[in-house]
Design a protein around this ligand. Structure first.
Ligand code: FAD
Length: 387
């Protein structure tokens, strides 16, 4: 059941208040120290669970609110007003966890929904990023389970309580993509180690880790979804994840615009506020077009997905049907955010490069959205193939 417009706006307002009251006051400190205090974080998780934000992506059949994709998009836009590590407080359970069996739900999904256990999504490898079919981590079938060998890298929140880890379990049935299976691997399992945290340009306070599997035995009841079909399973979450990023970028652009307007109206140069200079106003006008256009593309894709869902299409089908529209939204929004971040730094002058001002951090954080969830070139391939 779609929410009434005022119900959705109430939920968006809940996000806004949560961010302004609880997150904004600590955002700068987390960046300065590159450390998220675990006690503070656990408190935020509890609040987010209580507010219903933590499970905003969960279908009604699993006890969630069953929000439409366009409705979730609205909430992600709000979370664009904080830095990415804090978005781990919104819609946290990974979509692939909805494939858990009943027994797995009890051990993995339900504790995640309650904010008691954390998960990470471990797909990328040093030699397999954009090209998942080059995956080298292997899972060999043995009596009662599988033995995993290989490594992953760039895994956000890699220190989580358990990993959703992908491994090759068979040769390609057609084409060059091997059969890949997803496994639920608990922290502390013999043969599973979380390697070093990789230092990144932005997203301070969040760990991107290497994961290593050395003769790591995982029992059959920790296989997630049908064996050999994990890449198709991953496809089921593509629409949601890519549109989440597009929507986040829209909110981040709005934040940068507000900061830039405030600054250019008060900063005086050559006896006048900066904003009175036509050259600056035109920069701002160009920047203002970006979230406007990104919003059109993102909500259009979200609505198409919702309509297809209402017609009974599966998540995999809608990710395929609207691959072009989803890619256009993600590609446009992430590039647009980088254009707006550049304008924001420019109009702030030296202050734009100074750590005392948030635009410096937002500029650093923006770049990676053109790489994750399909880099620009991957989306251009998807769009051009659909033409
Ligand atoms: C901060 C951060 C967090 C991440 N978190 C996770 C996570 O939690 N879980 C996870 O599994 N992964 C994660 N990743 C990995 C991310 O998904 C990959 O970095 C991404 O898929 C790109 O892969 P790659 O880095 O290996 O680049 P490559 O695949 O090596 O690509 C390098 C460049 O070549 C381009 N390219 C690739 N193919 C083509 C082509 N056919 N034609 C033209 N150009 C092409 C790419 O667009 C890119 O610009 C994270 C990455 C980062 C930086």
């Amino acid at each position: 059941m779609p929410l009434a417009p005022d119900e959705l706006e109430d939920l968006a307002l809940t996000c806004r208040r949560f961010i302004s009251d609880r997150i904004s006051p600590i955002e700068q400190r987390v960046d300065d120290t590159d450390h998220m205090d675990p006690h503070v974080w656990q408190g935020l998780v509890k609040e987010s669970v209580d507010l219903g934000l933590y499970t905003a992506n969960v279908p009604e059949s699993l006890g969630g609110p069953g929000l439409l994709i366009a409705e979730q998009t609205r909430l992600w836009e709000e979370f664009g007003h904080t830095t990415w590590p804090f978005t781990y407080l919104l819609a946290r359970p990974h979509r692939v966890l909805f494939e858990c069996t009943e027994e797995q739900q009890e051990r993995y999904l339900e504790p995640v929904l309650a904010g008691r256990r954390t998960q990470c999504f471990a797909l990328t490898e040093p030699d397999a990023g954009s090209d998942n079919s080059a995956m080298r981590t292997k899972a060999e079938k043995v009596d009662g389970g599988y033995v995993l060998n290989g490594s992953k890298h760039f895994i956000s929140n890699g220190n989580a309580d358990f990993a959703i880890a992908f491994a090759v379990t068979g040769p390609p049935l057609r084409g060059r993509t091997p059969q890949v299976t997803a496994f639920l691997v608990d922290q502390g399992t013999p043969g599973y180690t979380v390697g070093k945290s990789q230092r990144m340009m932005g997203w301070s306070g969040m760990d991107e880790c290497e994961l290593v599997f050395e003769d790591c035995f995982v029992p059959d009841d920790q296989v997630l979804g049908p064996p050999g079909e994990a890449l198709r399973l991953g496809l089921a979450s593509v629409a949601q994840r890519r549109l989440q990023i597009a929507a986040y970028c829209i909110g981040a652009m709005e934040r940068l615009l507000t900061l830039s307007l405030d600054y250019t109206r008060t900063r005086v140069v050559f006896d006048e506020p900066l904003y009175s200079k036509q050259g600056i106003r035109w920069l701002m006008a160009d920047a203002a077009m970006q979230p406007y256009l990104a919003r059109e593309a993102t909500y259009k894709a979200a609505r198409l997905c919702d309509e297809a869902r209402a017609d009974g299409k599966s998540e995999v089908e809608l990710s395929r049907l609207f691959a072009k529209e989803i890619s256009i939204a993600k590609l446009y929004a992430s590039q647009a955010l980088n254009r707006v971040a550049d304008v924001a730094v420019q109009v702030h002058g030296g202050m734009g490069w100074c750590r005392e001002y948030p635009v410096e951090r937002l500029y650093r954080d923006a770049r990676v959205f053109r790489i994750i969830e399909g880099a620009d070139e991957v989306h251009k391939e998807i769009i051009s193939k659909a033409l």
